[in-house]
Write a protein that binds this ligand. Sequence first.
Ligand code: AKB
Length: 320
Amino acid sequence: MKILITGAGGQIGTDLLPILVGRGDDVAVFDLAPRPEGCPAEVEWVRGDITYAEEINTLTARFRPHRIMHLAAILSAAGEGIPHRAYRINMDGTRNVLEAARLFGVEQVFFTSTIAAFGPGLTSPVGDDVPLRPTTMYGITKVAGELLGEYYEANFGIDFRGVRFPGLINAGIPGGGTSDYALFMYVDGMRSGGYESFCRPDAVIPFMYMPDAIRAMLELMDAPKADLGRSIYNIAAISPTADEIADAVRARIPGVDLTFAPDPARQAILDSWPDVLDDSNARNDWGWNHEFDLEAMSDDLMPKVKALIDAQGENAPAHA
Ligand code: AKB
């Protein structure tokens, strides 16, 4: 299968690329960032700006992918600092990807949406079809992207599907998300012996370990269309408080100093997102089921964080 991935230099792409290559997919990447160290040699890496239609069109016309996985986005915390740029990348970028798919006969576009598509005041667990009233530019553009993709499916026959991801945790490089505090407890806890989270200890949002997140993408991407009752699915795994995550880290790094100094702006974003998602449509339609709870994730993650720090030294991800 020929797969074009936008924004694969980010947190998801780093773990996704070797898995796609390992299962025999022919992969090309379109990203503003340079090819990272460790990117599988089989992957073609093309640098470009998703806001320029001709750049993504040129690659799509040449590579002729069966599928596009559209990951490129400015995340919630970073987006609030540069809302106009976030609009251009997230909104124009998504339209350019859908247009490239339409123009060059791409069969499927996979969209990565998010819990940031939701706004405050929803009753937990939050289902797929509640009112979507996000408060961040990131969330607004993701809701619009969901709707635009459904428009392209209805009007141009593109197979559009995707998931609303919780905050994702891996031994990777985070890219300006509000959920990054969880990842930094592990990374900086091990690298520096401590981390001060920008949220309250009782802050709670849905999280997922990256291997589950990638499996969800692959399973939904490959699911028979006839089984799918919708385009965009909530997927859920765990909803620990920040302090419960800290406890999981404390249990594995003796003496680690994990503290909390809530930043009002970022805490407000966290408070606007659901605590718990209802993902029963994903479970019923394509058999979604997470494997990792907080303990299993923490056990699996620790050696990977150590390997990341050993490999990257001072270039390992900086504080969020
Ligand atoms: C963010 O924090 O912005 C992202 C997300 C929850 O989509 N990780």
